[in-house]
Design a protein around this ligand. Structure first.
Ligand SMILES: Nc1ncnc2c1ncn2[C@@H]1O[C@H](COP(=O)(O)OP(=O)(O)OP(=O)(O)O)[C@@H](O)[C@H]1O
Ligand SMILES: [Mg+2]
Length: 515
């Protein structure tokens, strides 16, 4: 006899429906799992058997063969345990109405005692089950909140195997969650911009960067507020769209770092890895490729503090993700693509002693030392940074001001309205490139011709800057995007000369420090 139960597998952040077929014959006690399983799945045999016996469910003393279809996809992890057990129980005719299980999908790891344990990537698998037409989803109790984020599939939280069997045999029904749970995720308490004194130019640049999703480098002497400002960026970032929320939640779910009790991540991620990190930790990797910091920061901010302290190989590995917004990792297990559309924020001192270019304190570094220090940041990487801004020392008047500076709340309102203008521009764009655009930094070259057209006056200004700053074609395009954001913040339909001039000004620092 052959029985079938359904589960879902993971490939990157994409799930796919898995049919778990169980075949049993003769009175032999033998149990095999086929269909490209990894070691964790091979061990499922022991877990499933022990869970059934300890839950006082009859485990057939027969030759059992379980097949995970499609068999050409390598399966990994322990999330198939529950579906494997269900398929075996179906074979043993435990359920009073076996046909009721056809529209269900089962996800979860089993403990030896029969408890159902939480697994990673439930949101991705749940969405695959929904797309494959499944109506009911049985997941570990701890994963219910996450799975219910989808809203249009019935989600059942299962504590243990006995409870599941009782549910289907109508002894004791589990109440489903439909339409999502109340979202208890509170906005994390990010520090506020009202703490930052002075630094008007940097505050303005940060607002522009947040509005358009532009990359930004803060450079200046120690103790001027670089790290302080960067850590306050999440407090002024615009709200995530639903699709962005789902994407970010999927990435965090696959990585197993989704905070407990959170169904959907609503705040943009802010990732600040330490400078001792490795390249695979930054861009993703491992035998079974897992997302790196660039993907965990997707739709949010990747903050690299003390940029020159990072290993050069590590920072160089950012070049491709910064350009493409996605990263493909190839391993024996296959090629996996993770999204990584993040805003890069980096901070650094201009030299080892930190005071090069300081108006009053002399720099004690030798010329070669300064050169060596800044040369850790390559030209191509710098070329991908739209805003390079100097954070200069504060004078006493600025520090001792009694008045609070403008709050994050009020800055965020301007950022939000600018972002709405950007999104409205691409609202009806059905092309593959246009449909995904949520901010100006993501516009492609063809969009620039349409939305960043320059007047003759602006063109002349751009030409002068292009020659004077020795800009690359990429630099030229990045200035156009930046000018578009400045115009959007100002509510202007066209890019005016003052918008373009400000954009050029925000990019001209490399001459001072890097040449
Ligand atoms: N603009 C500012 N307004 C208010 N406080 C400030 C400002 N700048 C610096 N401070 C104070 O100095 C502390 C150190 O600032 P921060 O860590 O941001 O410096 P930094 O520029 O990152 O220095 P470093 O180059 O050494 O990393 C802050 O925690 C804050 O107390
Ligand atoms: Mg710092």
């Amino acid at each position: 006899m052959i029985s079938k139960a359904y589960s879902a597998g993971l490939f990157g952040i994409d799930g796919y429906l898995v049919t778990v077929e169980c075949h049993s014959t003769r009175n032999l006690s033998c149990f095999e799992i086929v269909g490209l399983p990894d070691n964790a799945i091979k061990e499922a045999k022991e877990r499933v058997k022990a869970a059934a016996i300890n839950s006082k469910l009859p485990f057939p003393q027969k030759e059992i063969i379980v097949n995970l279809a499609p068999a050409d996809k390598r399966k990994e992890g322990s999330s198939f345990d529950l579906a494997i057990l269900v398929s075996i129980l179906l074979n043993g005719e435990i359920f009073s109405k076996p046909e009721a299980l056809d529209e269900c999908c089962f996800i979860g790891e089993l403990s030896l005692s029969g408890d159902v344990r939480r697994v990673n990537g439930v949101l991705c698998m749940a969405s695959a089950a929904k797309n494959a037409g499944k109506k009911k989803l049985f997941v570990p109790l701890e994963n219910v909140r996450e799975a219910s984020a989808l809203r249009d599939i019935e989600v059942y939280g299962v504590r243990n195997v006995t409870q599941l069997v009782n549910h289907f045999n109508e002894v004791d029904k589990i109440a489903p969650v439909v339409g999502g749970l109340d979202d208890s995720e509170k906005s994390p308490a990010y520090p506020d911009f009202s703490d930052v004194m002075g630094q008007a130019a940097v505050r303005r640049a940060t607002e522009i960067a947040a509005a358009g999703g532009h990359n930004m480098l803060l450079i200046g002497p120690p103790g001027t507020g670089k790290s302080m400002i960067a850590k306050r960026i999440p407090s002024i970032l615009p709200e995530m769209t639903f699709d962005e929320s789902i994407e970010t939640t999927k990435i965090h779910s696959v990585s197993g770092i989704l905070p407990e009790g959170v169904s959907l991540i609503r705040e943009r991620p802010f990732r600040a890895p330490h400078h001792t990190m490795s390249a695979p930790a930054l861009v993703g990797g491992g035998k079974i490729p897992v997302p790196g910091e660039v993907s965990l920061a997707s739709n949010g901010v990747l903050f690299l503090d003390e940029l020159p302290e990072f290993n050069r190989q590590v920072t160089e590995s950012l070049r491709q993700p910064l350009e493409d917004g996605k990263i493909t990792i190839t391993r024996a297990a296959g090629r996996i693509t993770y999204p990584c559309r993040f805003m890069l924020v980096a901070a650094m001192n201009p030299c080892k002693c930190g005071y090069f270019g300081h108006p009053t304190r002399p720099c004690t570094c030798k010329k070669e030392e300064i050169k060596k220090y800044v040369s850790k940041i390559s030209g191509p990487l710098l070329d991908r940074v739209d805003i390079q801004i100097e954070v200069s020392s504060l004078n006493y008047d600025e520090i001792s001001k009694k008045q609070e500076a403008e709050s994050s709340f009020s800055i965020r309102q301007r950022v939000n309205s600018a972002r709405k203008i950007m999104q409205a521009r691409f609202e009806n764009d059905t092309t593959e490139a246009g449909a995904k655009i949520t901010c100006n930094a993501q516009m492609e070259s063809k969009h620039l011709r349409k939305y960043c057209a320059l007047s003759p006056e602006c063109s002349a200004l751009m030409e002068r800057a292009f020659t004077a700053l020795g800009l690359s074609a990429r630099g030229h395009d990045r200035i156009l995007r930046l000018a578009r954001t400045i115009a959007d913040l100002g509510g202007s339909k066209d890019i005016m000369p003052q918008h373009l001039a400000e954009a050029i000004g925000l990019r001209s620092l490399d001459k001072k420090y890097f040449n």
